[in-house]
Design a binder for this molecule. Sequence first.
Ligand code: B1H
Length: 837
Amino acid sequence: SQTKTPSKVDNMFQNYSHSEIARDTATIKNSVIMHLTATFLRTPTSMDSGHAYLASAFSVRDRLLQRWNLTNEFHDRMKAKRVYYMSLEFLIGRTFDNALLALDLRKEYGQTLGEVGFRLEDIIDEERDAALGNGGLGRLAACYVDSMACSDYPGWGYGLRYKYGMFQQQILNGYQVEVPDCWLDSPNPWEFPRPDVTYPVKFYGHLVRDPNNDDRYIWESNVVYDAMAFDVPVPGYGTTNVGNIRLWSCKTNSLFDLNKFNSGDYGGATGGQVAAQILTDVLYPNDNTNDGKELRLRQEYLFCSATMQDIIARFKKTGRPMSELPELAAIQLNDTHPTLGVPELMRILLDEEEMSWDDAWEVTTRTFAFTNHTILPEAMEKWPVPMLDKILPRHMGIIYKINLYFLQAVEKRFPGDRDLLRRISIIEESNPQQVRMAFLACVGSHKVNGVAAIHSDIIKQTIFKDFVRIQGEDKFINKTNGVSPRRWMNECNPDMSDLITDVVGDRSWVNDLAKVKKLEERVADEDFRRRWWDAKQKNKQRLAEYILTTTGIQVNPNALFDVQVKRIHEYKRQLMNILSVIYRYHCLKQMTPEVRAKELHRVVIFAGKAASGYWVAKQVIKLINAVAEVVNADEEIGDVLKVVFIPDYSVTAAEYIIPASDISQHISTAGTEASGTSNMKFVLNGGIILGTVDGANIEIGEEIGEEQIFFFGCLAHEVEDFRHYLRFNQPKPDDALQTAFDMIQRNTFGDGAIFQPLIDSVVRGGDVYLLSVDFPSYIQAHNAVEDAYRNREEWITKSILSVARMSKFSSDRSIQEYAEEVWNIEPVRVTSCSMGI
Ligand code: B1H
C-alpha cells in the first residue's frame, strides 16, 4: 500500500496532536450519540443502560486513542529507553471510571448521561472486569503499569489475552462452583485489535546445525501458530502519557487447511484452528501453585516468543546495532512465568542475528531483571527436560549451554565443590531431569528482587543463598510492593478522597501520596474527625447493600466490620479465622442475654476463590458457609455476630469491600506471604490490620507506628523449629481451639465428618501452617482489637494517623525505585508542543 510523504504526515499530525481533548458537554454528547447510532445501531429512544455504557466507553476510548498515539510517537522520536513488564497476569478490573477520572471528564460524562436519562453509577456498573489474573501478582502488574503511565515512564506491559479470564465463583449448597468467565462475549471498548502486529511462533520440529557457525542452528518445524496483538490503553492521571498493555491472542486464520477443506475433510480443515485457539483460551486459575501442565508451557512460550520478537522489531526501527539493546530496553520478569524470554532472546540473537554466544549472553543479562514473588515449594516452576526438549528443542539446547557455562565458571571459583554444583544447577538431577525456572531467571538477569523487606531477606537465605555467594550481594535487592492511589483511594473511596483533597488543598496527592502526611495536622480537629468517621460509615452502608444483593444477608453497618478477602490458601489461614469465629460463637452462647447484648457487634466477612483443583481450600469455603448458615439463623445471637461469605471476589468487589473495613486480617504463617498488597489497600482506606509479623505487614507497622496495628503469632525465624517439633509430636490445641474442633465434630454446622480432613490437617498432618501454635495469641489479639474499637475516639486517631503515614506504599514509589535501580530509565513528559514539528 502507498504511504504518504513524510512532510504531509507531519503536517497532519501537528494539527491532530494540538487539538485539545474536547470537554464541552455538547461535543461529548455528540460523540456518545455517534457511537450509539453508528457503532451499535441504536437510537436514544431504543437504548438501554448496556448500550449507554458501550457508547460512552467508546467515546472515552476515542480520546484515549488520541493520547495513545501521541505518547508512542513521541517516545519513538525521543528514542526513549522503554521498560517492558512481562507478566502472564494482568488483573485490570474495570476501566471506564478509571479513565474518566484520569482524563478529568467524570463530571461531564455524568451530566451527558443524565441528559439522556441515566445515572453514571449505574452505567459504570455495566462494565465487566478484565480478570486476566489470579490475585496479588496479577493486580500488582496492573498497578505497576498504572504507575508507569502516571509517572511519565515509557513503559509497556506484555501479557496474554485470555478468552476466559479468572472463573466466576458461585456458591451452591455452600460449595464453590466455577463458571467460565466469558468476558469477551460483549464488545470490549478497552482493547484495540492489531492484526498488522502478528508474529509466527514455532513449536516442536528439529534442528539443523549451521556448518559455518558453531553457535547457530536452524530450527525447522511446520507447527507454527500466529500471535496477534491487542493493545489495552492505560490512561495516566493528570498527564498526557498513556501506557499500554499489549496482549497476545492466538490467531487461527492461517491454520485453516484449504486442501483438506477442498477434499471434503471439514473437521480436519479447522483442526489446526482449534488447537491454536486453545493456547490463549484460558487463564490457569492457580495462585501460588504451579500446575506443571504442558499446555501452560506452550502458553508461556507463545507469550515470550511474540513479546521478544515485538521488542526486537521496535528496537530495530532505531537503526542501532543489537549490542545496544540494553540501552533502549529493560525487561522485567514478573516471577518465573515469562522466563522462556531469556532463551528466546538468546535464540534470536544467535540464530537470526548471528551474534556470538558471549555477545548475545551479555546483551541478554543486561536486559533482563527478575522479580520473585514466593518461596512456597508448590509454586516453584520446574519443567521436565523431556517435555521442554520435545516442544522447544532449540531452547532446551540453549538452556543446557547456559547451565554448562555457568557451572564451569562456578567450578573455577569453587573447585571441587560438587555439592554446590548440584545445588545450583539449572537442571535438577531428578528422574526425569527438571529445569528449575527460578535459577534460569536468576542466571539470566542482572538484578533479582523480592517484594517486601522480609521476603527479600528470606530468598537470600534460602533459594538464592548460593547465588548470593557466587554472584555477589549487589545483585539481590528488595523492591517493596505498592498499590495505585488512583484506583485504591481516589476511585474506590470518593468520600475519603474528598476529605483528603480538602486537607491537602487540591487533588495532587493522587499522584504524590507523600502529601497525605498533612492529615496528621488535623488529627485533633473535631469536625474533621466526625467527617472521617462518617465517610467510613457511608462506605459500610454501601457494603451492607452490596452484601444484601449478593448474599441476601442483612448486616448492621454499625457493627465492627472484620474482613478477610484474598485467595483461599492454607498458608493464608482462613481456617484459623473461621475456627476463631466458631469459638466466639461458643462464648456468646454461654452468656446470659443481658451480658451478650453488651458484646461488641461484629460482621465477619470472607471472600476469595479457591483454585479449581485445590480440594482443601474448597472445604474451607464450605465450612465458612456452614458456620454462616447456623450463626446467622440463630435468633439468640441476632446482630451480635454475623458471618458472610461474599461470592465471586474480584477487583470490583474489592473496591466495595476495602473502603468499608474496620479491621482486616492478614494472618499468614510468618515467612509465607511474600508481601501482600491488600494489606496496603486496607490501611490506605483507613482500616486497621490484625496480622502476623509477615510480608509487608512489617513495613506497614514500621511506617504507621505499632500502636496502629495489631500483631500476633510466632516469628518467621521460629517457624522451622515449630514445624520440626510438630513433625514428631502431636500438636496441643488450647482450650479455645479444641472447643472449635469439638463443635464441628458434634455436627453443630451440619455433618462434621466432611470437615474432619480440615481438623486432621492440624492434629494429624503436622500442622504445617502452625494454627495450634498461633491460635492463643490470635484470640488475644482479637480481644485487643475489640477493646480498641470500643474506644471510638482512639480508633479514629489510629485510622487517621495510619492513612497519613502510608505514602511509602504507593506503587509510584515502587516504580521509581525500579526505574532508578533496576531499569535505568527516566520519565519522559509527553506534551503536544514538544513534538518538535
Ligand atoms: C504471588 C504468586 C503466584 N506469589 C504462581 N506467587 C502462579 C505463583 O499461576 N501460577 O503458577 C500465580 C501466582 N503470587 C503473590 O504476589 C504473593 O503471594 C503475594 O504475597 C504478593 O503480594 C504478590 C505480589 O507480589
